[in-house]
Design a protein around this ligand. Structure first.
Ligand SMILES: [Zn+2]
Length: 429
């Protein structure tokens, strides 16, 4: 017989009726008042409704259904299912403890006290008193007992839990709470007998001892982890201190060197640069570009430009070396007096000079987005600039030499009209 027709449930229905001491589904009895069932909750006479529209159910005859009638019916049906089967599948009993080390790492210890298994009872009894509590069902096997609680609306409360704890008997709770109020025996048997996912251990002998054992092991592991962490942190701290000290020493050395350099006479600086760069006669014109106005750098253009060239470009033609605009600017700001000039005006002047050297063919600008730092590679590291392309002479003596390796088609930005001006490149048309 198929009881389920259409899943339309209302609160006036109940799924099981009591007849001759057993809970019955509508399919087990005759239709209507002839079913001979009463309500397990309130004792009212029930009418079996076995129509075509609604799922088969019982209705209360001539009285309103009580608040807990339907739940009492499911509860009683669940107990009956277990009593009639005399066996059930039990979930695994696993004890897990967790703790956190100072590093934030979560450590875990666990053990299995009992694998998932089927237990067959010699007999089962409902609602028998066991030292002050009355479990829904008690299963017996030799000397051993298992308590089973069915949970539909009300979980086992703290008081009952305490009493179960004192009994020290294995106790399982079966969760029926999400079952439909007019559910059938099959669904209940699935829950109570076969499935383990809805069963929870309320008490398991030796669980507490096992938990204490695991906690002791966990505490030792955490302590070890904390010790190791402490050692690592101390080493980290030491590395950091060493690094800071080195950076500070470097900074002081650089500052002292810059200080000494600033105090050198112009002649000494010039001699030094001539030696470094191998300048024999006339000072190369691209190493002494003067702007229109006052320079933001309180040093002769020939000195700071040749020094920049010597430090970043000379003999550094190497495609893997990336020259950051910001590094050059920082170096200039540290190396030379800038007086009352704003750092921004110094930056602008250095940027302009680097772009000039790029136009000369010493540097190549790498493409960058507006928010990135401009980076160059040194493409020509010799003192003399790359040879100019042959082109008609113009009246602008100041134009940068054009690198020979660039074909004319690649030179849109190197028009003849670009000249050096302090603060900007000006296009002469
Ligand atoms: Zn009732």
């Amino acid at each position: 017989m198929v009881a389920a027709k259409v899943d339309i449930v209302d609160s006036t229905q109940t799924g099981f009726g009591l007849k001759d001491g057993r809970m019955c589904a509508p399919a087990d009895v005759q239709s209507g008042l002839a079913c001979g069932c009463t309500c397990i909750g309130c004792g009212a006479i029930l009418v079996a409704k076995k129509g075509a529209k609604k799922r088969w159910h019982f209705a209360h005859h001539n009285v309103e259904i009580g608040e807990s009638c339907a739940e009492s019916a499911i509860h009683a049906a669940a107990k009956q299912v277990l009593l009639e089967h005399d066996w059930l599948r039990l979930p695994c009993m696993r004890v897990v403890v967790q703790g956190q080390a100072t590093s934030g790492q979560v450590l875990e210890e666990s053990s299995v006290l009992s694998e998932e298994r089927v237990v067959r009872f010699e007999r089962t009894c409902a609602e028998v008193w066991e030292d002050g509590i009355r479990p829904d069902v008690v299963g017996y096997r030799g000397e051993r007992r298992l308590l089973v609680e069915m949970y539909f609306r009300h979980r086992v409360d703290e008081n009952k839990r305490r009493k179960i704890g004192k009994l020290k008997l294995p106790t399982i709770e079966v969760d029926l709470s999400d079952l439909d109020i007019s559910t059938g025996f099959d669904a209940i048997a699935q829950r109570v007998i076969h499935e383990t996912g809805y069963k929870t251990w309320l008490f398991f002998p030796n669980e507490e001892q096992e938990r204490q054992r695991l906690l002791a092991g966990l505490a030792a592991r955490i302590e070890r982890a904390n010790r190791e962490h402490q050692v690592e942190q101390a080493a980290d701290q030491k590395r950091q201190t060493t690094r800071h000290r080195k950076l500070e020493n470097d900074r002081k050395r650089r500052e002292a060197a810059n200080q000494r350099y600033r105090q050198m006479s112009h002649e000494d600086k010039e001699r030094d640069l001539r030696e470094r760069l191998g300048i024999a006669g006339r000072w190369p014109y691209y190493l002494c570009k003067k702007g229109d106005g006052a320079s933001a750098i309180a040093e002769q253009a020939m000195i700071w430009q040749a020094a920049l060239f010597s430090r970043f470009i000379f003999q550094r033609a190497n495609s893997s070396f990336e020259l950051k605009q910001t590094s050059v600017i920082q170096w200039i700001l540290e190396r030379f007096e800038t007086g009352r000039s704003s750092p921004e005006s110094v930056r602008a002047e250095v940027r302009l000079y680097l772009d000039y050297l790029a136009a000369c063919g010493f540097l190549k600008k790498l493409s960058c987005t507006p928010y990135e730092i401009q980076v160059y590679t040194v493409v020509h590291g010799a003192l003399e600039p790359p040879a100019r392309l042959e082109r008609p002479r113009t009246s602008f003596g100041n134009q940068p030499p054009v690198p020979a390796e660039l074909a004319p088609a690649q030179l849109p930005a190197l028009k003849e009209g670009w000249i050096w001006r302090a603060g900007r490149l000006t296009k002469l048309v």
